[in-house]
Design a protein around this ligand. Structure first.
Ligand code: ADP
Ligand code: MG
Length: 382
């Protein structure tokens, strides 16, 4: 029986229906995902399934992310290819490590259509799961450790000219040793000076004001805004601004960060949607005031204020943030492994609902007339 050959020397002899765009990849990949034994399904998102699995030989535990091939006329999906190319480039302690790419054997039973998997080192926890678990308590030192690692990962990807574009707690993984790994580069892009990017990125609740106002020439500050939302969430335990629509998200941002106007953000009125959307007027900036009931540390409040800056050009960058007093005043950043060992994976994990189906409740008293639907799941929009 013939099946697709993994090497670039493939002559096209077998009855393979997809043009083999994946063969351009400079990446070691095994031709047969049977190498891994699936243990449990751990994620089910808009973009496909993720399994916990084990290498049958080495016993290494991995995460297998299925590449969705539906609606693909052009063979290997360009979005997956982009994710792989970016992951190949990024090698950092705080970025999830792509081990290899696998595919199932192409046989007559699957009409010679392989299924592809991205194989990652396995991370026991994701931040959304930890934050929704009331038994998990982060000390101030542990919150510092999470944020330090997150900003370190952002510093690394941004200095490599990569934008993540989908910052949110569900995409932040943590190993049992307490090492934070940024994951899900499915929406990531390389920065270039000429491209006009789409502004339909970033899960709505973490989407910065410049994207909501239609900016297409955005940069690393979009990820910094997400880091600010995640940092606040470390105390509030659920996303701080759960808008139902783009207009509603803009209203929630204005209620927290103050009205969006040229006095605080020069040039914002030139953005495409500034005149088309309703720009909430008369709001004072209340970031510190509204987060104070949750966040007792003055350095933390100050850093949050700088991460959640409306004007992207004045939003703090990852390098400056890492030098902020928050990380250098007592208590020092504290290793996470001890706290996490109390929440190690158990037999019950297999009975638990998929991690990403967390039910979030609004963290802060809603200020909008329009009350967010509490059962709303994450919305992912391109
Ligand atoms: P999607 O594009 O579907 O959001 P992700 O890469 O974010 O894909 O994976 C979905 C979920 O699967 C994550 O939120 C996480 O819970 C889980 N997951 C992904 N990668 C890993 C990994 N390396 N280790 C453990 N869990 C993972
Ligand atoms: Mg994700």
């Amino acid at each position: 029986m013939q099946h697709a050959q993994p090497s670039s020397s493939h002559s096209g002899g077998g009855p393979i229906r997809q043009p083999n765009r994946h063969e351009d990849l400079e990446f070691p990949y095994c031709p047969d995902s049977n190498k891994y034994e699936k243990l449990a399904k751990i994620g089910q998102g808009t973009f496909g399934e993720v399994f916990k699995a084990r290498d049958r030989k080495t016993k290494q535990v991995v995460a297998m992310k299925k590449v969705l091939m539906e609606n693909e006329k052009e063979g290997f999906p360009i979005t997956a290819l982009r994710e792989i190319k970016i992951l190949q480039l990024l090698k950092n302690e705080n970025v999830v490590n792509l081990i290899e790419i696998c595919r199932t054997k192409a046989t007559p039973y699957n009409r010679f259509k392989s299924t592809f998997y991205l194989i990652f080192e396995f991370c026991e926890h994701d931040l959304a799961g930890l934050l929704s678990n009331v038994n998990v308590k982060f000390s101030l030192g542990e919150i510092k450790k999470v944020m330090q690692q997150l900003l370190n990962g952002l510093y690394y990807i941004h200095t490599n000219n990569i934008l993540h574009r989908d910052m949110k707690a569900a995409n932040i993984l943590i190993t049992k040793a307490g090492v934070l790994k940024m994951a899900d580069f499915g929406l990531a892009r390389a920065l270039s000076h000429i491209t006009k990017y789409t502004n339909r990125v970033v899960t709505l609740w973490y989407r910065p004001p410049e994207l909501l106002l239609g900016e297409r020439n955005y940069g690393s500050p979009i990820d910094i805004w997400g880091a600010g939302c995640i940092m606040a969430e470390m105390w509030t335990r659920s996303p701080i601004m759960q808008g139902k629509t783009e207009q509603h998200q803009l209203t929630l941002i204005s209620q927290l960060c103050g009205s969006i106007k040229p006095e605080v953000w020069p040039g914002c009125d030139k953005l495409e949607l500034y005149s088309k959307l309703e720009i909430p007027d008369g709001h004072k900036r209340k970031v510190k005031e509204r987060l104070k009931p949750y966040v007792k540390d003055q350095y933390a409040l100050d850093l949050l204020d700088k991460l959640l800056c409306l004007d992207p050009s004045r939003r703090i960058d990852s390098d400056t943030a890492l030098n902020h007093d928050f990380f250098w005043e007592d208590p020092a950043p504290q290793d996470l492994s001890r706290m996490l060992s109390q929440h190690s994976t158990s037999m019950f994990e297999f009975l638990a609902p998929p991690r990403r189906l967390n039910n979030y409740r609004p963290a802060m008293p809603p200020q909008a007339k329009h009350q967010p639907n509490m059962d709303q799941h994450f919305e992912r929009v391109f």
